[in-house]
Design a protein around this ligand. Structure first.
Ligand code: HC1
Length: 571
């Protein structure tokens, strides 16, 4: 440990700390912009500058290491002037159309300007007018808003190992972009949206689907169905000022009904269905020497990563479509038949924590006879925007119930939203099937947690089932590389494209990215609380699922199931 004195306060901190970290220990707040703990500590914005006794020039506190006896000043006139000047220079070359910006009132640049007392901008940058990259089905890039903090670049490369964007050109022409002037659409981007979650401004955001949903809702000929993903219910409240980790399932359903959706279903139902199909597929592969390890296929960001970077693992992927795609296919077949609706008149809207789902619905495999399984995907943020625009008082809404029969789900369905949840849900069902009886065991704590890669061995009927879980594609890479090297062997693997799983998807409410660890914990806790509160917690016990097989599908992996619920991937 070393002793450091900051603004007269002495603290003892580990010798590997930076001045910024030491100041935090001393309870001193140094403003930052480009800083992203352990991911982007590059001192690019120079907002966090401080004075260090005996050191010439101001130094960036996020990069400067502490030393014993160090004396630091964070609040002198010189520092305040320098920070203000640096911010003004950033603002001088920034498209300042704040009132119409997607991040208006949730922008770090905006709050920093207020905090540092910037009330005039003395300079004008070159302000080159760039065109907006709108070609990707999931993500829009607006270089006019970019402040060159590089957080998105670091997350894309260091965390996700995707390397879709980088720094190009020099001077005023410097920008964050895919290489060779390409659009994101033609880059290695997997549409996970993790860049959006760390962008301090409105330079990168999801492709808007609100307009098409408003149009569908206004079209009297259309029967408009909403379905809500597991992870949305533990995050939507944040957009309305509710505490992180609030479970708002009932209010969300009520809001969707007030918005005019004809039916509101639960993607958790389809998650239960996924377990029936995927669990059966795993047992089939185990019995008949099929390709192992089997890897889950519900995260479209992960699927895109696998197709682009690890095509040799494509045959390991479960053939199951992701739950919301299964739901779309069922609404336009089973439900349409039951209700006497023409599938062409049905419009399915998925409310998702995910941006990659916007890419997924465009895949040519995700349609039948020219009719798309799902027509639109709204992120949690987009849904919140619509609720606000429609004047619905979300916080004070009474709870309402999902519609039948596709609104009934179990605890196994809801835990899909957190990393390890798909694995646990599968184990709850597979263990009962293999043992041929209903086991008392519901919780498989062995597969829970938030670490990037986890593994466990589960004993089922005397057999050792080896499983692994990875969240975030960078962690998936670590796991796949070990498998390729023959260092590890598994039967079943869950991969989710986003670190933490869907609760931390690229479509979720945006907070200060340096506080995301806490957000992740609270949302995960809420997911497991939601599971515990449900009367049925195993997918195969869902009576609506049992009825669906009796009335329509026959059995898991039946021909009809294959036609509607399974898919293939491209190498
Ligand atoms: Fe997910 Fe899934 S859990 S992929 O993270 O399998 O997005 O929430 O909807 O489809 O069920 C996302 C979440 C979601 C699907 C389910």
């Amino acid at each position: 440990k070393v002793r450091v004195t900051i603004d007269g306060i002495t603290v003892e901190v580990p010798s590997h700390y930076t001045v910024l970290e030491a100041a935090k220990e001393a309870g001193i707040d140094i403003p930052t912009l480009c800083y992203l703990k352990e991911i982007n500590q590059i001192g690019a914005c120079r907002i966090c500058v401080v004075e260090i006794e005996g050191v010439r020039n101001l130094q960036t506190s996020c990069t400067y290491p502490v030393f014993d006896g160090m004396k630091v000043y964070t609040n002198t006139a010189k520092i305040r002037e320098a920070r203000k000047l640096n911010l003004e220079l950033i603002l001088s070359n920034h498209d300042r159309s704040c009132l119409t910006c997607i991040r208006n009132t949730n922008c770090e640049l905006q709050s920093l300007s207020k905090k540092l007392g910037v009330n005039e901008i003395r300079f004008e940058g070159e302000n080159i007018k760039y065109s907006i990259d709108n070609a990707s089905p999931a993500i829009v890039r607006d270089p006019n808003k970019c402040v060159l903090c590089r957080r998105c670049v670091s997350v894309c490369s260091e965390v996700q190992n995707v390397f879709a964007i980088g720094m190009v050109n020099r001077g005023f022409k410097t920008m964050v972009a895919p290489s060779f002037g390409r659009s994101l659409k033609d880059s290695p981007c997997i549409s996970c949206g993790q860049c959006i979650e760390v962008c301090p401004v409105g330079a990168i955001y999801e492709k808007d689907h609100t307009k098409r949903v408003y149009e569908a809702l206004a079209d009297e000929k259309k029967y408009v169905v909403a379905q809500t993903a597991p992870a949305v219910r533990v995050a939507l409240g944040e957009e309305f000022g509710m505490p992180i980790g609030s479970i708002v399932t009932g209010k969300m359903v009520a809001a969707l009904k007030r918005m005019g959706f004809d039916a509101v279903f639960d993607t958790d139902f389809a998650a239960d269905l996924t377990i029936m199909e995927e669990g059966s597929e795993l047992l089939e592969r185990l019995k008949n020497g099929g390709k192992l390890p089997m890897i889950t296929s519900c995260s479209p960001g992960w699927i895109a990563f696998c197709e682009k970077y690890y095509p040799e693992f494509i045959d390991n992927l479960s053939t199951c479509k992701s739950p919301h795609m299964m739901m779309g296919a069922l609404v336009k077949s089973y439900y349409a038949e039951k209700e006497g609706l023409n599938p062409e008149d049905i419009y399915v809207v998925s409310i998702m924590p995910c941006t990659a789902k916007k890419l997924e619905i465009e895949r040519p495999e995700m349609q039948h006879n020219g009719i798309k399984d799902v027509d639109a995907v709204l992120t949690t943020r987009e849904l919140a925007r619509m609720i606000k625009e429609m004047g619905i008082d979300f916080v004070n809404l009474p709870d309402e119930e999902y519609d039948e029969p596709l609104g009934m789900s179990t605890g196994a369905g809801v835990i899909f939203g957190a990393t390890g949840g798909v694995m646990e849900a599968a184990l709850r069902t597979v263990a009962d099937i293999v043992e041929g009886r209903e086991l008392d065991k519901v919780d498989f704590e062995e597969v829970r947690g938030l670490e990037g890669v986890r593994e466990a061995t589960i004993k089922i009927d005397g057999m050792d089932i080896k499983v692994a879980i990875a969240n975030g594609t960078g962690n998936a890479k670590k796991l796949l590389d070990k498998i390729k090297a023959g260092e590890v062997e598994y039967h079943f693997i869950e991969v989710m494209g986003c670190p933490g799983g869907c609760i931390m998807g690229g479509g979720q409410p945006i907070h200060n990215p340096n506080e995301m660890g806490k957000v992740k914990e609270l949302r995960a806790k809420a997911i497991y609380e939601a599971d515990k509160s449900l009367p049925i917690r195993k997918s195969h016990k869902n009576p609506a699922i049992q009825k669906l097989y009796e009335e329509f599908l026959g059995s898991p992996l039946s021909e009809k199931s294959h036609h509607l619920l399974h898919t293939h991937y491209s190498k």
